[in-house]
Design a protein around this ligand. Sequence first.
Ligand code: ADP
Length: 456
Amino acid sequence: MISMRRTIYRRIAVIVVASVVCASALFTALLYREIVNQVHDDVDSRSLLIAKTLDQIDANQAQQAQAQAGGNRDVLPTLTRLSATSATYRITLIAADGTPLFDSQATVATMENHANRPEFIAARATGAGQATRFSATVGTETYYSAKLLSNGNVLRVAQTTRTIYGVWLRQLPWVGGVIIVVLLASLAVSRRLTRSLVRPIAAGAGSAKGEAIVYEELAPYLAQREAADKIRRQFSANVSHELKTPLTSIVGRAELLENGLVKPADVAGFGASIRTEGQRLLELIEDVMRISQLDEDSSLRMQTFQMSGVIAEVFESLADKARRAQVRLINGDDELEVTTDRNMMFELLYNLVDNAIKYNRTDGTGTVTVRTEQNMTEAGLTSPVIEVIDTGIGIPEEDQQRVFERFYRVDRSRSKETGGTGLGLSIVKHLAGQIGAEVELQSTLGQGATFRLRLT
Ligand code: ADP
């Protein structure tokens, strides 16, 4: 047995974790793109602004004829002042040959030549250049925006932000927190959900008519159960009825005997009919018990065996009966090996051959043949086909479907005379279902019947 609450909870948990993780990843990605665009715009405009300022200072100094060509030495105090206002940005001034002249976060003397940096090369070539460099180890990325100054030097502003992965990593504790909270909430939800789901089912199970069905999804199952219940009720009623008839006749005859109302010459005949009726009762009880057993237990014991052996055993069991009915049994076996439940196969054939004898004519035959046939559904495979053919009275077309029903008999008086219970073919149908075989019936009234069993 599995717990519905646990199943629901497990499903909800998977959905919760997956959706929170996906949602946080998606939101991070969307937000990150926004932030990165903003940072780039910001760094670009700051770079442009500082470059303009430096150019302006340069121009003023040139006007005053105090400029030192290519030096930019007098802008350094301005740069230092600008840098002091914000630690977020790194400001670097690079000479036309790539030598760093100023850096707000490092000592210029220890810095390597910047001539090969992409943003520097681009700025020298086109006036402006940008580049982004990642540091996988600390989960950061740095955006560089460089501008060419009118004196040939390059001004570069940079800002370092976390990479998208870094941002998301920092969010993980929050994501975990949300997951825990939602999981706790869904524990309560699954408990309530289970309770409210089960309540209508339990109510539906309680009412035989099923008025309490709340879920339309349950309707087919309840209908199925109701049909099975109906068959079971009908079966019980039929069994009682079938038991009553022979018992009434037994009790009636016994009473006559008891009261000395039977002529001595007839006593033996009365005894014989009481025995016959008693015999019938026993057969009926055996069949009913077999059906109940089949209804309850459906375990198969698979075996590989020769069909000829089973057929021979069935013939042997029914030899007396066949002799009395003057029916010849023919084993048309063709060395076929099958794998299925051997006892069930025996019982199945026993019932069919029993009928082939009972509903035959004097000097008729009952034949069992086996062969293999191409499998209809799977090409290349073959299925064993077993046929029980008789030369008897046959079954009218309109009854052919119904003979497999419990207690259905084509001709009640004839069946009674032959000692039939009306359960044989329903047992056959049942057994065939269990071993995964199909049963077909072909018959022409007055010319015999063929029951075909196709194993899969
Ligand atoms: P029963 O115990 O009466 O034989 P079955 O379920 O075996 O019950 O068969 C149902 C009815 O089908 C029988 O009463 C009979 O009328 C008909 N029937 C079964 N087998 C044959 C057959 N081989 N030939 C003709 N009629 C048959």
